[in-house]
Design a protein around this ligand. Structure first.
Ligand code: ZN
Length: 159
């Protein structure tokens, strides 16, 4: 039972499931709007052509009602609902794509910054922090050598 709950936790906390749940809730919210659009506005408007509510159009064959109006309005509801879901998914994908790109750029910038803060130890050629005064790999002292290097460079440029 404990294993079941821990498995459920890892399943439920994955980003996709939360996205999906949000999608379902938004979809349900839109379902009411789509149903109202079809039942309250589109059906009566289509019904004007037939002088009756479109969803109540029936074909009477030997005393049996074939409710084709109701069926067609169900098809219209389905297509409108797919359109809404498609739009929502596209929107969510765009947002998550932008977010992922931003995250990627931030990581790249961080890496570059980290690389800029590194220098090579002149003795063992290991990458070490720029401000290190002693190499953590070969324990050579670096500050004095750096300053003499700089002094030599300064002397060269002076001449
Ligand atoms: Zn070293």
């Amino acid at each position: 039972m404990k294993k079941f709950f821990s498995e459920f936790k890892t399943f439920a906390l994955r980003g996709n499931v939360i996205d999906l749940a949000v999608g379902v809730i938004i979809g349900a919210a839109f379902q009411a709007i789509v149903n109202s659009l079809v039942n309250d506005i589109l059906n009566p408007m289509l019904g004007l052509l037939f002088q009756a509510d479109f969803s109540e159009l029936t074909l009477n064959v030997n005393g049996v009602d074939i409710k084709y109006g109701s069926f067609i309005s169900a098809v219209i509801q389905f297509f409108l609902m797919s359109l809404v879901i498609f739009t929502i998914i596209k929107l969510i994908n765009n947002i998550s794509e932008k977010f992922a790109k931003k995250l990627h750029k931030e990581k790249e910038a961080e890496k570059l910054e980290e690389a800029a803060r590194k220098k090579k130890c002149p003795f063992c050629k290991s990458e070490i922090d720029e401000e290190a005064t002693r190499c953590p790999f070969c324990t050579s002292e670096l500050k004095t050598i750096n300053t003499t290097d700089e002094q030599i460079a300064e002397k060269i440029t002076e001449k």
